[in-house]
Design a protein around this ligand. Structure first.
Ligand code: MV4
Length: 495
C-alpha cells in the first residue's frame, strides 16, 4: 500500500514535523485546526487545511468522528496522530481502520494492552523482562495488600492500573497507613480513570528514568534504537532528555534493548514505540510501561541513529519491512534536547501566556529547532505550553552540553517567560555534567533564585563596567562600546 495523502490529527511543532517527512516522501499533507489555530504554522504548512471546531481540544483536536469525516472527504488514506490528543486512544485507532484509513501507529489491541498497566505487566512477565517486586494483578482487599507489602518490604507504591505518567500513585510507608491509602488510591482511580484496579510495587527511591525506542515492522522484525535518559523532569513533565545515557554500559544497553524488543513482541507491536524503565542506584533496571506513540523526545534518537522516525513509521504503515538490522545500528555522538515551554522557571514553572515579541532561533552545525510558532504570534492558552524543542548533536556529551549553552544564548525570546534559562542552569550544573543525577534533580538542586541571582550578577558586572569606563573616558558612546566588548569577554549577553 502506498500512502498518497496524510492527515495529521495534531497541531504545533509535531504536526509540522510529521508533515515535513511526509512531504519529502511525496505524500500530500492535510492539517486540521481549531479556531485558535487559524493562522498557526501547521495550518499554513499543510497542502490543505480544514477547520474542525472551537479552541478547546474536546471540541476540536479530540473529535474522532469529525477528524475521520475530514479525512474521508478530502481523500486522505492515512492519519498520523502525533503525540497527546488521540495518539493512544484505541477507539480512535479502531474507528480510523474501520473507515478504511491507515492509522500510523500500532493496532487498537496493542494500545489497549499497554494502556492498562496490569495487562502490560502480565504480557511482559512472559518474556522474563525485569519487573519491580510486587503484583501483576489487581489488589482488592487489605489483607492481600499487607501480605504483598510484607514480601516486597516497605516503602511500597500503590499504582492505578489505568494510570500512567505518574497519575494515581501513592507511597505507603507502613502497615498502619496501608488501609486508608489503598481506599484513597482506589476511589481516586475510579473517579479519574473509571476503574478502581490498583496494584502494588516496591517503591524504588530516587530512580532514573531511562527509556528504549523500538521499531517493529509488520513482518515481525523488531529493533531497538538505544536509550534516552529522561530523568530531568518536574511533576512527571520531562524538561531535558539525552541520548545515550552516561550510566548505561554496552552490556546494560544490550540487555535493556532486548527486554524492550521483547515487550514489543509481547503485545504484537508495530511501528515506533517506547519502553520505559526505572533504573535504581545499583543500575538494576525494571519495566515500567510502554508508550504506544511517537514521543516528544524522539529527535535525540534521530540524531544518534541518523534515522527519520516519522519516515520509518510511514514505511511500516505501508507494509514495508525494516531496511536495516540491529547489527547495522550504531550510536553516533551525543544528543540533548531541551523542551522550551512558555513556563516561568523563576515562578514555580507557572504557564506564562502572551505574544512572542522577539523570536529568533539559534542556528549552526548540530542544532535542530522543532517549533510551531513565529515572531508576533500569540501562545494559545488552550493547549500544552511547549513552544519548541531545542536539540543539539555533537561528538561527545561534553561538546553537546557546550553546544546547548551556545544555542540557548543565541535563542532570543521575549514576550513570554521560557525554560531557556533553566536549560542553561542544567547544562552548567556539576551533577548533570558528571552524569550523577536522577529524577530528584530539580527537587534536590533547583531553586528559582539561582536563575535570578545569575541575572543580577551579570547585570551588576555590566553596570560596574559601564561606570568604570565612564570614569576613565567621560563619554557615553565610548562607554557603550566598551561595555559591549567587556560583555563579550565575560560572555554576558543580557542586560
Ligand atoms: C515508580 C517509582 C518508584 N518505584 N515505581 C512515575 C511515572 C510512572 N510511569 C511511574 N513512576 C514511578 N514509578 C516504583 N515501583 C517512581 C516513579 C516516579 C518517576 C518515574 C519516572 C520518572 C519520574 C518519576 C518521578 C516520580 C516518581
Amino acid at each position: 500500500m502506498k500512502i498518497t495523502k496524510l492527515l495529521v490529527a495534531n497541531r504545533g511543532e509535531i504536526a509540522i514535523r510529521v508533515m515535513r517527512s511526509a512531504r519529502e516522501m511525496g505524500i500530500k499533507t492535510v492539517a486540521v485546526y481549531s479556531e485558535a489555530d487559524r493562522n498557526a504554522r501547521h495550518t499554513q504548512f499543510a497542502d490543505e487545511a480544514y477547520l474542525i471546531g472551537p479552541p478547546p481540544s474536546n471540541q476540536s483536536y479530540l473529535l474522532m468522528d469529525k477528524i475521520i469525516e475530514v479525512a474521508k472527504a478530502c481523500g486522505a488514506d492515512a492519519i498520523h496522530p502525533g503525540y497527546g490528543f488521540l495518539s493512544e486512544n484505541a477507539v480512535f485507532a479502531q474507528k480510523v481502520e474501520a473507515n478504511g484509513i491507515i492509522f500510523i501507529g500500532p493496532t487498537p489491541e496493542s494500545i489497549d494492552m499497554m494502556g492498562d498497566k496490569l495487562s502490560a505487566k502480565q504480557a511482559a512477565k512472559k518474556f522474563n523482562i525485569p519487573m519491580v517486586p510486587g503484583t501483576d494483578h489487581a489488589i482488592v482487599d487489605v489483607a492481600e495488600a499487607k501480605s504483598v507489602a510484607a514480601k516486597a518490604g516497605y516503602p511500597i507504591l500503590i499504582k492505578a492500573s489505568a494510570g500512567g505518567g505518574g497519575k494515581g500513585m501513592r507511597v505507603v510507608n507502613n502497615d498502619e497507613e496501608l488501609e486508608e491509602q489503598m481506599h484513597r488510591a482506589m476511589s481516586e482511580a475510579l473517579s479519574a480513570f473509571g476503574s478502581d484496579a490498583v496494584f502494588i510495587e516496591k517503591f524504588v527511591s530516587s530512580p532514573r528514568h531511562i527509556e528504549i525506542q523500538v521499531l517493529a515492522d509488520t513482518q515481525g522484525n523488531v529493533v531497538y534504537l538505544f536509550e534516552r535518559e529522561c530523568s530531568i523532569q518536574r511533576r512527571h513533565q520531562k524538561l531535558v532528555e539525552e541520548a545515550p545515557s552516561s550510566v548505561v554500559s554496552p552490556e546494560m544497553r544490550k540487555a535493556m534493548g532486548e527486554s524492550a524488543v521483547n515487550a514489543a513482541k509481547a503485545c504484537n507491536y508495530r511501528g515506533a514505540g517506547t519502553v520505559e524503565f526505572l533504573v535504581d542506584a545499583d543500575l538494576n533496571y525494571y519495566f515500567l510501561e510502554m508508550n504506544t506513540r511517537l514521543q516528544v523526545e524522539h529527535p535525540v534518537t534521530e540524531f544518534i541513529t541518523g534515522l527519520d522516525l516519522v519516515r520509518e513509521q510511514i514505511l511500516i504503515a505501508e507494509g514495508k519491512p525494516l531496511s536495516f538490522t540491529q547489527e547495522e545500528l550504531k550510536i553516533h555522538g551525543h544528543a540533548i534536547e531541551l523542551r522550551v515551554t512558555a513556563e516561568d522557571p523563576t515562578n514555580n514553572f507557572l504557564p506564562d501566556i502572551g505574544k512572542l515579541i522577539t523570536y529568533r532561533r539559534p542556528q549552526g552545525h548540530g542544532i535542530r529547532v522543532d517549533d510551531g510558532y513565529e515572531e508576533g504570534m500569540d501562545i494559545p492558552i488552550y493547549y500544552d505550553p511547549l513552544l519548541s524543542k531545542l536539540i543539539v548533536h555533537a561528538a561527545t556529551r561534553e561538546l553537546a552540553c557546550k553546544k546547548m549553552i551556545r544555542a540557548i544564548d543565541d535563542y532570543k525570546i521575549s514576550g513570554v517567560a521560557t525554560t531557556l534559562p533553566f536549560g542553561k542552569y542544567v547544562m552548567q550544573h556539576h551533577a548533570f555534567l558528571s552524569g550523577q543525577f536522577d529524577t530528584k534533580f530539580i527537587e534536590t538542586y533547583f531553586t528559582p533564585d539561582q536563575l535570578k541571582s545569575e541575572n543580577v550578577e551579570e547585570e551588576k558586572i555590566a553596570a560596574l563596567m559601564a561606570i568604570k569606563v565612564l570614569e576613565e573616558n567621560g563619554t557615553a558612546t565610548i562607554a557603550t562600546h566598551a561595555v559591549n566588548e567587556e560583555r563579550s569577554k565575560w560572555k554576558i549577553n543580557r542586560l
